[in-house]
Design a protein around this ligand. Structure first.
Ligand SMILES: Cc1cc2nc3c(=O)[nH]c(=O)nc-3n(C[C@H](O)[C@H](O)[C@H](O)COP(=O)(O)OP(=O)(O)OC[C@H]3O[C@@H](n4cnc5c(N)ncnc54)[C@H](O)[C@@H]3O)c2cc1C
Length: 276
């Protein structure tokens, strides 16, 4: 088995490293201290083709393979875990979810905007009383004409303060537990979509946005899931996009540890080699 990187993967790694060192790292400390995400980097990542790495070019993506995408996440994560976290959610949890489960109309509407950074995406699954056990979520979706009216609270939603589009999970039938849960695409200017700062202070990557979404009544017109014989079931959607999400979280570890060791080495050793 050949574990050598291809020329294209090496190119992505070098470009991501240059961006991370020259544009992300210099603002990371201040962003962390202020607890403010450096939003100016979003458009830059769009210009560089990072925001839709694994998305196909026909939807504005760069068509990277997953090794290339993992290298990109590693390089960003080495400079700032908040920026890597932004990308993980925006690309892995939102764009890939829409690509894999959205209708053609939804893909054409959202993917190019997410790829350029014109729009930011968030993924709203977790609730104050429903984390690992997502099936116990309280958010409900009530069908009304051609729409669903959602009501529920979400918390820890990365990118949630700035997002233009949210994939919101809610149950159409709480007695059905996980089988009743559906994923809805909600544009965040929908009346009733509320966001407030999350109480408390985080221990790590504080620049990431994690607002609290109190109970609201946004109206969702369309569902992210494909219509199937079972209806708009989202239990297929939920683990699907979380798999690349998990892969990128793995990159957080493989990026942070050498990044920390290198910073320590750099700070304590008079002559240090370039990071490899
Ligand atoms: C930095 C950050 C970003 C996040 N971003 C998002 C986001 O963008 N969107 C979103 O929806 N959510 C997000 N979350 C929320 C995250 O997905 C939840 O924190 C996660 O699902 C765990 O839920 P919880 O925190 O309520 O912990 P709990 O579910 O209460 O779990 C607490 C502990 O108990 C363990 N545990 C739970 N159940 C069992 C069991 N049955 N058996 C054994 N052990 C168990 C867990 O492994 C864990 O160690 C984010 C969280 C963090 C920290």
């Amino acid at each position: 088995m050949n574990f050598e990187l291809t020329d294209e993967q090496k190119r992505i790694q070098a470009q991501a490293r240059q961006f991370a060192e020259q544009e992300v790292a210099p603002v990371a400390r201040e962003a962390d201290e202020k607890g403010q995400f450096p939003l100016h980097l979003v458009k830059r990542m769009g210009e560089l083709g990072f925001l839709a790495g694994p998305i196909e070019p026909e939807y504005g993506g760069s068509g990277m393979d997953y090794v290339g995408y993992a290298l990109l996440c590693e390089e960003l994560g080495r400079a700032d875990s908040s920026v890597r976290g932004f990308l993980t959610v925006h690309t892995s949890l939102v764009s890939l979810c829409i690509r894999d489960w959205g209708t053609e109309e939804q893909k054409r509407r959202y993917l190019p905007r997410l790829a350029s950074g014109e729009w930011i995406g968030c993924y709203a699954l977790t609730e104050p009383d429903a984390g690992s056990d997502a099936a116990s979520m309280q958010a409900i979706a009530r069908e009304e004409g051609d729409s669903y009216v959602l009501n529920g609270e979400k918390i820890w939603i990365t990118n949630g303060a700035s997002a233009h589009i949210a994939i919101v999970f809610a149950s159409r039938d709480r007695s059905a537990r996980h089988k009743g849960i559906c994923a809805f695409l909600v544009e965040t200017d929908t009346p009733g979509f509320l966001r407030e700062p999350m109480p408390g202070k985080e221990l790590g990557h504080r620049a990431a946005e994690h607002p609290y979404h109190p109970g609201g009544m946004p109206r969702a017109k369309k569902c992210a899931a494909r219509r199937s014989r079972r209806g708009l079931q989202s239990r297929h959607v939920c683990p699907g996009p979380r798999s690349p999400g998990r892969c990128c979280r793995g990159c957080r570890c493989s990026a942070s540890v050498p990044g920390c060791l290198y910073s320590f080495y750099k700070a304590t050793t008079p002559v240090w080699p370039a990071y490899r």
